[in-house]
Design a protein around this ligand. Structure first.
Ligand code: SAH
Length: 207
């Protein structure tokens, strides 16, 4: 699939409703998701993995993108029930149902041993509303990923490399993006409609 087609398919997914500011539901836009997933796929093809886990899936843009690039299956974890229904419809409309599992619940309560996959991909809450809200995502990712964790976070995040080292992983920031902000969050920053974000590739250290 070409980059442009992937960006179009992902931009056409139903938009996240962003009803719960406390859950920090900043979504990834279709262009950004497509560029990120394409870059990952060029280095480490999704079709050669045993599948992906999308933590804090929202409308499923990251997991669905990985599936469209050839990931054999995807597991989506999302706490918001309404959002899960929307995700289920999106998956059905793309005929991807047979390769997907949706877990409606908190990332803290997933059964790590049952859902292990080679790749975890996520744009978790960044901890701007609730300090350290990203930590349960990082910890769950470290338990569920066999090989790599792909993380989108605020560019100013200083703790990722240190967290990774402590958890026995190696984190490298490798892409920067300006993420469009949904209107619900732009009320206090009237002039800025985007926010600085970055992507980290967190791997098991080479043996
Ligand atoms: N992955 C999507 C959505 C990112 S927003 C994208 O990139 O566009 C983060 C998502 O995490 C929201 O949908 C929010 O409802 C969900 N979320 C927040 N806290 C959660 C938790 N503890 N467990 C599971 N999902 C959570």
């Amino acid at each position: 699939m070409r980059l442009r087609h992937l960006a179009m398919a992902l931009s056409n997914l139903p938009a996240h409703p962003f009803r719960e500011p406390a859950l920090e539901q900043y979504g990834t836009d279709g262009e950004t998701a497509a560029r990120w997933l394409f870059s990952i796929n060029a280095e480490d093809p999704f079709e050669e993995t045993d599948g992906v886990i999308d933590l804090g899936a929202g409308n499923g843009i990251l997991g669905i993108g990985a599936l469209l690039l050839g990931a054999p299956n995807a597991i989506f974890v999302e706490i918001d029930e309404e959002v899960c229904k929307m995700l289920q419809d999106a998956i059905a409309s793309l005929d991807l149902g047979g390769r997907c599992r949706i877990l409606n619940g908190d990332v803290r309560s997933v059964n790590h041993d049952e859902i292990k996959r080679d790749i975890v991909i996520m744009n978790p809450p960044w901890g701007r509303q609730t300090p350290r809200a990203d930590r349960p995502f990082l910890d769950t990712a470290a338990r569920c990923a066999n090989e790599s964790i792909h993380l989108l976070h605020g560019r100013g995040a200083q703790h990722i490399e240190q967290w990774a080292e402590t958890a026995g992983w190696v984190a490298k920031r490798w892409m920067d993006v300006d993420l469009p902000m949904p209107p619900i969050y732009s009320h206090h920053t009237k002039k800025r409609s985007s926010t600085e974000a970055a992507m980290w590739w967190i791997k098991r250290p080479a043996r």
